[in-house]
Design a protein. Structure first.
Length: 258
């Protein structure tokens, strides 16, 4: 469970605990109370009260056969409403498919969810067998993806500072190296209009990403990712990057017209 600010008058600790129960279902489709205890660090009695309440409100559903909980219809409905409200998947889909077909790479659309990137849409390459093994709704690390770096480029100063402060506490993050990457992509974005990430996921993949800021100031990120052997530095900068930047601008215009 995320750390609770000790002196924040606007922070409701009991609500945060309830939401951490729901957030635990990012780890598995079905969870029992003991598993939720292990994931959240809360006492079993507290977990039982929260799961009981969330079930009564429709946010969780109890599976009688497994004697465990699943996400309920209320959560699924909220997600559906949110996606319909954004409408960005519908708007961006044809542009993403065009990129995937033309470049034979995976094309991703994401936005921030706390200190991770939530995958909203993915279009697979038509031929290439090396692709992103992720699905819509999956969460990707900000610190290891071009998606996260491109989001930071577009984030307002205050939001960016809060994200970096949170990432600095993540044990797996090599902070000096990551900080250098953040500074590099800021300069890179000013120069090229896109962010390049070379040899991620163990050196197999490389990617280009571009932030898209909606009229309501929501930030999304469009990215193309493919084999590093295919996406050389020269190809990323001279062909892939400009095409992704052009598609991002087209999506931004289409969102305003939608």
């Amino acid at each position: 469970m995320a750390a609770i600010p000790p002196n924040d008058r606007d922070f409701v600790a009991s609500l945060a605990k309830g939401l951490s129960i729901l957030a635990a279902f990012e780890q598995a489709d079905v969870l029992g109370n003991q598993e939720l205890v292990d994931l959240t660090g809360m006492p079993k009695a507290t977990v039982s009260r929260f799961t009981g309440t969330l079930e009564k409100l429709g946010y969780l559903r109890f599976d009688e056969k497994l004697r465990k909980y699943r996400v309920g219809g209320r959560v699924l409905n909220l997600g559906s409403i949110t996606m319909q409200k954004h409408g960005i998947q519908r708007v961006s889909a044809p542009f993403m498919k065009q990129l995937a077909d033309e470049l034979d790479v995976s094309v991703l659309l994401a936005t921030r969810e706390h200190s991770r990137m939530l995958l909203l849409e993915i279009i697979r390459p038509p031929v290439n067998q090396i692709t992103i093994n992720k699905a819509v709704g999956d969460l990707l690390a900000m610190e290891t993806t071009s998606l996260g770096l491109a989001y930071l480029v577009a984030a307002p100063t205050r939001e960016r500072a809060a994200i970096l402060k949170e990432l600095q506490r993540v044990p797996a993050v090599d902070w000096p190296s990551y900080r250098a990457d953040v500074e590099r992509v800021h300069a890179e974005y000013k120069r090229f209009g896109f962010v390049v990430s070379r040899r991620v996921r163990g050196g197999v993949l490389s990617a280009v990403a571009v932030p898209i800021v909606s009229s309501s100031s929501e930030i999304f990120v469009l990215s193309c990712a493919g084999p590093s052997q295919q996406l050389t530095k020269a190809r990323l900068e001279k062909r892939v990057g400009p095409l992704v930047a052009e598609a991002a601008k087209a999506i931004q215009r289409a969102m305003k017209e939608a």
